[in-house]
Design a protein around this ligand. Structure first.
Ligand SMILES: *Cc1c(COP(=O)(O)O)cnc(C)c1O
Length: 425
């Protein structure tokens, strides 16, 4: 249990939380009508929110950079309607598998980047076949060799456009991605004279960026490398892709169990009681991200390579555009209710550590009450939260958890309960 002297992760202030909740309550009739028409449980995609996020993200970076491209990372939400809506907003698509590439092609995307480790020959083959719409971001020297062999068997004489992914951290599990920047001269020697494969740019990606610090650090390192690369290499670079990982500006909202202190608490086998306190790790607003990244790229990269800068946002774009709604089926105590959906709908035990307010749309009120809101799966880890906003909670009430668009829908599991319906509004 947390106490009032708690000094670690900051508390999520009511001045932030309550207006957030109020904004969704003010639109509750829209969500209730969607459930009346499409049943419960239900995913709701708000296409206007998605488009506004895309606009705001692009505007933030275009304010500073002359040449940009934006690619939505499909894996963060693989519903085809999400990608289709973003294509309408002028985004390209960032795919990480043959299946995602096929989705992008079927949607008619004509600017696709394909990155990821361990691409199979079949996946490379699909990219080769659609070379007019796809840029392959190579992950290793081995992949380059396999690509060369595959391309040599193709009749198409147009070159395949490639970039190379750079490892941002040579230690730990992230070293599985890309090649270390120090190997760029070797890479250049292997691609520069190929006629069927045209080298066009560099990519790097770091994750969970609540601040731009990690990206800035790598940009400085990359500037040093480019300073020492041959002129023909730097001139061949048409793009540098700085990846995704931008955290939504509202920050990371946590249950006590998700804080550093909560994790330590649990390691000591102490019991965690549900409480009404929540925590926040603040995040840098996207406009500030744009300014900071521009300053770093302008200083460390543009003196050597003046190229288009590409961005691969996933979570920032889709998280606030999709919500999950479900209904109370059983009330087993004044502080214990069971819902018609299980957390198989979101694919992981998110709400044991992450906090999102549960809104009782049927009895809306700006007060948060203690009550364990649990799903109907045969596992005690099937948790939506330990509190709800409303003046009461009863069987038949319609509940909503907003901002569940990122890394939930893509991860849903066909486990015990069927998956919720889906509607785009
Ligand atoms: C997952 C991923 C992204 C998107 O990350 P977000 O945290 O959703 O912004 C972008 N690029 C690559 C290469 C990725 O693997």
């Amino acid at each position: 249990m947390s106490d009032n002297n708690y000094q670690g992760t900051p508390l999520l202030p009511k001045e932030v939380l309550h207006p957030f909740v109020a904004a969704y309550f003010s639109r509750k009739h829209i969500y209730q009508a969607a459930c009346q028409n499409h049943g419960s449980p239900l995913w709701i995609l708000e296409s206007s929110v998605l488009k506004e996020n895309a606009r705001q993200f692009a505007a933030a970076f275009n304010h500073f950079f002359d040449k940009t491209s934006f690619y939505f990372a499909i894996k963060s939400n693989n519903h085809p309607e999400v990608s289709a809506t973003l294509l309408e907003s002028g985004f390209g698509l960032d795919v990480s598998s043959g299946a995602e590439l096929q989705t992008a092609l079927t949607l008619g995307a004509n600017d696709i980047i394909f990155s990821g480790p361990g691409k199979t020959n079949e996946e490379l083959g699909l990219a080769i076949l659609h070379r007019d719409r796809t840029t392959l971001l190579l992950d290793s020297f081995g992949e380059l060799e396999r690509l060369k062999a595959l391309v040599s068997r193709s009749d198409d004489i147009n070159p395949v456009r490639v970039g190379i992914r750079l490892t941002t951290n040579p230690n730990g599990l992230w070293r599985k991605f890309g090649i270390i920047p120090e190997k760029l001269p070797t890479f250049w020697n292997q691609v520069k004279n190929l006629s069927t494969i045209q080298f066009k740019g560099l990519q790097f990606h770091s994750s969970w960026n609540l601040t731009p610090d990690r990206q800035i650090e790598f940009i400085m390192l990359l500037g040093n490398i480019l300073n020492n690369m041959p002129e023909d290499f730097n001139q061949s670079i048409e793009f540098i892709d700085v990846g995704g990982g931008y955290w939504p500006g509202e920050g990371e909202w946590l249950q006590f169990a998700g804080t550093r202190e909560g994790i330590a608490h649990k390691a000591m086998d102490k019991n965690l009681e549900p409480v009404e306190t929540h925590y926040i790790i603040p995040a840098t607003p996207i406009e500030k991200f744009a300014q900071t990244l521009f300053n770093a790229i302008n200083k460390h990269i543009f003196p050597f390579v003046n190229c288009r800068i590409c961005f691969e946002p996933g979570r920032w774009i889709c998280h606030s555009a999709m919500h999950i709604l479900f209904t109370i089926v059983d009330k087993k105590g004044h502080d214990l209710v069971i819902t018609d959906a299980g957390t198989n709908a979101i694919g992981w035990e998110r709400f044991e550590t992450d906090y999102f307010p549960i809104l009782n749309l049927s009895r809306s009120a700006l007060q948060e009450k203690l009550c364990s809101v649990l799903g109907s799966l045969c596992t005690p880890h099937d948790v939506w939260g330990y509190t709800y906003f409303g003046n009461d909670i009863q069987v038949g009430d319609l509940l909503m958890i907003p901002c569940q668009g990122a890394y939930t829908y893509s991860l849903c599991q066909n486990f015990i309960k069927p998956l919720p319906g889906f509607v785009k509004i």
